[in-house]
Design a protein around this ligand. Structure first.
Ligand code: ATP
Ligand code: MG
Length: 168
């Protein structure tokens, strides 16, 4: 079986990684859909699709799971969003999500949806990781080690701090 798991992964953090580990017990292959793929260089979406592909690929290099990272651009048209996803992804049997809108859209399209438990959600949340990056806090322990290398290589901390400022 092949699964599908979508997120923005801004950045890919230990919560996402635990979800993938849980999913890996149920499927042979997993497509990771990189949502809002066209967005980058903002506080909400600092990293490019390419940088997010690197974070995911390097974090899963030792995993038994066969994984594919597929960029999914925003369509802003929920009624046909599942078709949009399917048009960009290897075929999949089951979609994993905890997001109520995503769950609703897949169910209406007749796709099986499974939910995963939440892992340490008080700190393992993209918004918390990005806040720490902007404020100079300890974000490194919230992400897999390869993610820190990708962020360092791309000057990601200076970038998110710069784009979080205003010109007023
Ligand atoms: P943001 O604050 O930027 O929305 P996020 O942590 O919610 O960050 P997403 O890319 O939106 O990250 O998450 C993708 C999917 O992963 C969502 O369905 C979300 O519910 C799930 N997820 C995120 N963090 C965790 C976690 N700690 N445990 C389990 N699932 C998680
Ligand atoms: Mg989220």
């Amino acid at each position: 079986t092949r699964g599908f798991y979508i997120g923005r992964f801004q950045p890919y953090h230990n919560g996402h990684h635990s979800v993938v580990e849980t999913i890996s017990e149920e499927v042979d292959e997993l497509v990771l859909g990189i949502g809002s793929a066209g967005d980058s260089h903002t506080r909400h979406d600092p990293f490019t699709a390419g940088e997010r592909i690197m974070m995911i690929t390097k974090s899963l290099v030792d995993s038994d799971l066969v994984t594919y990272a597929v960029p999914i651009e925003d369509l802003d048209r929920n009624s046909v969003w599942v078709s949009h996803v399917q048009s960009m992804s290897p075929e999949f049997d089951v979609a994993y999500s905890n997001n109520p809108l995503v769950i609703q859209l897949f169910k209406e399209a007749g796709v099986e949806v499974r939910q995963s438990p939440m892992f340490n959600r008080d700190v393992l949340e993209g918004t918390e990781v990005r806040d720490r990056m902007v404020e100079g806090g300890d974000w490194e322990k919230l992400v897999p080690e390869p993610v820190t290398e990708v962020i360092e290589e791309s000057g990601g901390i200076e970038r998110i701090q710069r784009v979080s400022q205003t010109d007023s």
